[in-house]
Design a protein around this ligand. Structure first.
Ligand SMILES: [Zn+2]
Length: 325
C-alpha cells in the first residue's frame, strides 16, 4: 500500500509558475523538460506496480530522509518483513554503455555521477538507520529504467544484478508476491516516517517584480480575463473559473516563485493585479492559509502542497464550479 503520495517536484512547480509569468529561456526550459521526463518515468513505474498489486507492502514515494546529519532523496522505498528495498527510477532514453563504473550515453557524454554509486550511497544511508533502530534488517536496491527506448550495454554482471529494465517490470514486481508486512515491517515503516523531512534543496527564487502579475486562465494560460460576479471568463478560450480557483492558483504560484517572501494580503492583492475585491481575497486567504503575525502585517502560509492538492482536498467546500474549455 502507498504510504506517501507521489508529488510533483518543487523545482518543476517553480518552472511551471515561472513559465506562465515570464519567458523561461532555453536553459530553464531544458530543466523543465528533464524534470517532466522524471515524472513520466515515475508514473510508468507506479502504474505497473499498481497492476501487480502491493497491498502486502509499505511503499514510500518521493521522500527526503534526514539520517545522521545529511538528507537523502528517495524515489521509492519498498518495505516488507524482509527489509527495505530502494528503487531509484531513472527515465533514461537511448543507448548507454557501462565500463569500469563509467556510464556513457552513446554518442554523448559520460554521466558525472554514475547511477550505481548513487544507489550504493542511498542504500548505505538506510543501513545507518539500524544503529538507532536496535534491530537488524536488510537493505538492498535496484536501478529502475521505465523507458522502453533505454538500452544498456555492459559486460559487468554487477550492473546487471542491480538494474530492472522496462520489459522486466512485471516479473520484478511479481517477485514481491510472497512478501508480507508484519510487525517487523511496521516497525521499519515507523522508523522511516520518523526521519522524513521537507526537501531542503529547493532554493529557487525570483524577484517579486520580475514576473508578470495578474491572473491567468487554467485552460490556456491567457491573462485576458473578464470579470463576472463569481467567476472570471477567459476571452481567449472561453473557460470560466471561480474567483476562488484563481486565487488558489495565485497562492500556489506565490509559494513556488518567491521562496520565503512574506505573502501578506496586500502583496497577494498586487500579485493578482487587483482582479478580485479585497473581501473575497481575505476570505480565500483565511480558508487556504495558516496565519502568522497580526492583522495587516499578517503573513499567510499556504496550507497545501500545491494548487492541485488544494483543489482536490477542498472540492466539497467550494461553492462555485469551474468550466474549462
Ligand atoms: Zn483560456
Amino acid at each position: 500500500m502507498f504510504i506517501t503520495a507521489r508529488k510533483l517536484p518543487e523545482e518543476l512547480l517553480h518552472y511551471y509558475a515561472l513559465q506562465r509569468r515570464s519567458a523561461l529561456g532555453a536553459k530553464n526550459h531544458d530543466k523543465l523538460r528533464r524534470l517532466e521526463r522524471g515524472v513520466e518515468g515515475e508514473r510508468v513505474y507506479d502504474m505497473i506496480l499498481n497492476e501487480a498489486g502491493h497491498e502486502n507492502l509499505y511503499i514510500f514515494r518521493d521522500l527526503y530522509l534526514l539520517i545522521e546529519g545529511s538528507v537523502t532523496q528517495y524515489d521509492t522505498l519498498i518495505v516488507s518483513e524482509s527489509g527495505i528495498i530502494v528503487n531509484e527510477i531513472k527515465n533514461f532514453t537511448g543507448d548507454y554503455q557501462v565500463e569500469a563504473s563509467m556510464w556513457t550515453r552513446s554518442g554523448g557524454a559520460t554521466l558525472p555521477d554514475d547511477p550505481m554509486s548513487q544507489l550504493r550511497r542511498a542504500v548505505g544511508k538506510l543501513m545507518n538507520l539500524q544503529r538507532g533502530a536496535g534491530f537488524k534488517f536488510e537493505v538492498s536496491g535496484k536501478l529502475i529504467f521505465p523507458n522502453e527506448s533505454f538500452r544498456l550495454f555492459t559486460k559487468d554482471d554487477q550492473v546487471w544484478n542491480q538494474v530492472v529494465l522496462r520489459a522486466d517490470f512485471k516479473r520484478y514486481f511479481n517477485g514481491f508476491y510472497n512478501e508480507y508486512s508484519g510487525e517487523g515491517a511496521s516497525k521499519l515503516a515507523d522508523i522511516i516516517e520518523r526521519h522524513i523531512v521537507p526537501n531542503p534543496y529547493f532554493k529557487h527564487r525570483v524577484d517579486f517584480e520580475s514576473v508578470r502579475h495578474g491572473l491567468y486562465c487554467g485552460g490556456c494560460g491567457s491573462f485576458q480575463l473578464e470579470k463576472q460576479q463569481f467567476h472570471l471568463l477567459c476571452m481567449t478560450c472561453g473557460s470560466r473559473e471561480s474567483n476562488e480557483t484563481h486565487l488558489v492558483r495565485a497562492m500556489s504560484d506565490f509559494k513556488y516563485l518567491f521562496g520565503d517572501l512574506a505573502m501578506t494580503s496586500r502583496r497577494l492583492m498586487e500579485f493578482t493585479g487587483n482582479a478580485v475585491n479585497v473581501r473575497t481575497l481575505q476570505r480565500v486567504l483565511n480558508k487556504y492559509c495558516y496565519v502568522k503575525g497580526v492583522y495587516k502585517t499578517s503573513n499567510y502560509i499556504f496550507k497545501y502542497f500545491d494548487f492541485d492538492e488544494a483543489m482536490r482536498k477542498e472540492q466539497q467546500t467550494r461553492k462555485y464550479k469551474d468550466y474549462l474549455s
